[in-house]
Design a protein around this ligand. Structure first.
Ligand code: F3S
Length: 63
C-alpha cells in the first residue's frame, strides 16, 4: 500500500502526522510521506490519517 499527499490540496493542518507519525511528517508547511510502501502493521493508522484529513489530500493505492 502506497500513500500520497497532494501538495496542492494539503493545508498543513498536521492531523495526519498526529495520527500516524511513522508515515506522515511535516518538514515545513505541507505533509510528506516518509515511509512508502507502508508496512502492513502501519496501514490501519495510515488509513485513519487518510480518513482524518479535512481536505481529502491523502490517497493510497493497493500496490
Ligand atoms: Fe495536510 Fe491533510 Fe495532513 S491537510 S497536513 S495532508 S491531514
Amino acid at each position: 500500500m502506497k500513500f500520497t499527499v497532494d501538495q496542492n490540496q494539503c493545508i498543513g493542518c498536521g492531523a495526519c502526522e498526529s495520527i500516524c507519525p511513522d508515515v506522515f511528517k511535516m518538514p515545513d508547511d505541507k505533509a510528506q510521506v516518509i515511509l512508502n510502501p507502508v508496512p502492513e502493521n502501519r496501514q490501519p493508522d495510515a488509513l485513519a490519517a487518510e480518513d482524518g484529513c479535512p481536505v481529502g489530500a491523502i490517497s493510497h493505492t493497493n500496490d
